[in-house]
Design a protein around this ligand. Structure first.
Ligand code: FAD
Length: 288
């Protein structure tokens, strides 16, 4: 098995303790030589400034390729593009461009009257600036708001045609889910790489809740296994085994890049990467 390329997602820290945790995570994962690391943008644009600061600091101090997430929620076009300009000014030239989730308390996306109506409009505008490599989100089990699986795949094609060069998927629990989606994308002529988003399961209850919110199917066998593992205090062992197996099944099917949702905790991601043959590059071990 050839070791895959990896990338890591972080969220911006909200306080000093969380900043230290993020920094520890970055230091722990940097030697794995990620293709890029990305920083999320809080639902409803709530972490706008925190994302900007985290992205700029990571770019300056870590030596890693940093991608900033950016959504259209709650902002005019002008404001959104100003944030993108700010990323560029701090040297960050990679963006994960998203429509974004509605703010807490609502479950329907409503575009700002002067804002981008959807992700395609945002991607087109970012693409016109010529400043960014643009990645987008993709949904192997269809986005909860999509009218059908096929309509969702067609929408992804529009996002790629608008100027995105790569898609990162929502997390899923079985390799077949991704492979079916990859086939459907190829069938409609999507040639851009589709990178599986991998969620190492730090906490089963939390992961299952998150999955329900995202429309990710929780297989019965996985739930049963975690219920037993939690009872026997072996949750970590199971989480490492399950995640490693999912990744190696994907690699066996030709996947060469994986994107890990780290939740700012390095241990599981690092252990899975090691098991997949992604080992520290000694030249990168003393980053910052
Ligand atoms: P889109 O793909 O543009 O739209 C969602 C679905 O709705 C589509 O799949 C499509 O089927 C349908 N749709 C939307 N508009 C149209 C239209 N005009 N015509 C037809 N169909 C349409 N959220 C955050 O708030 N911050 C983040 O940092 C963040 N990071 C993410 C990273 C990744 C890799 C992923 C997969 C998701 C992330 N999200 C984040 C969640 C994301 O914002 C939500 O899933 C949101 O509801 C959809 O955003 P999108 O850009 O993927 O939407």
């Amino acid at each position: 098995m050839t070791a895959p390329h990896v990338s890591f997602e972080f969220f911006p820290p909200q306080n000093l303790e969380a900043s230290f945790r993020l920094w520890d995570t970055v230091q722990s994962l940097s030697p794995l030589n990620p293709r890029f690391v990305s920083v999320t943008y809080g639902a409803g644009g709530t972490t706008r400034d925190l994302t900007r600061d985290a992205v700029a600091t990571l770019h300056k101090s870590s030596g890693l390729n940093v991608a900033a997430h950016l959504t259209c929620v709650n902002a005019t076009r002008k404001e959104t593009l100003k944030i993108a300009d700010g990323f560029a000014a701090s040297g960050v030239r990679e963006i994960v461009a998203l429509r974004g989730d509605p703010p807490k308390g609502t479950n329907q996306f409503t575009a700002h009257p002067d804002g981008f109506a959807d992700s395609v409009e945002l991607i087109e505008a970012l693409s016109r600036t010529g400043q960014f490599t643009i990645r987008v989100g993709a949904y192997p089990e269809k986005h909860p708001e999509a009218t059908s699986f096929d309509a969702d795949v067609a929408w992804l094609k529009r996002k790629i045609d608008a100027g995105a060069t790569e898609a990162i998927t929502q997390f899923f629990f079985e390799a077949d889910t991704f492979l079916r989606f990859r086939d459907a994308c190829a069938k409609v002529g999507i040639n851009a790489p589709i990178i599986p988003g991998i969620l190492p399961i730090e906490n089963w209850q939390g992961a299952a809740r998150f999955a329900r919110r995202c429309g990710t199917k929780v297989p019965g066998w996985l739930n049963d296994a975690f219920v037993k593992a939690v009872r026997d205090d072996r949750e970590d062992l199971l989480a490492t085994a399950v995640c490693t197996e999912l990744c190696s099944d994907l690699i066996d099917e030709g996947v060469d890049s994986l994107h890990f949702y780290t939740m700012n905790r390095p241990e599981l991601t690092r252990d899975v990467c090691h098991a997949l043959g992604v080992v520290p590059d000694v030249r990168l071990q003393n980053v910052a």
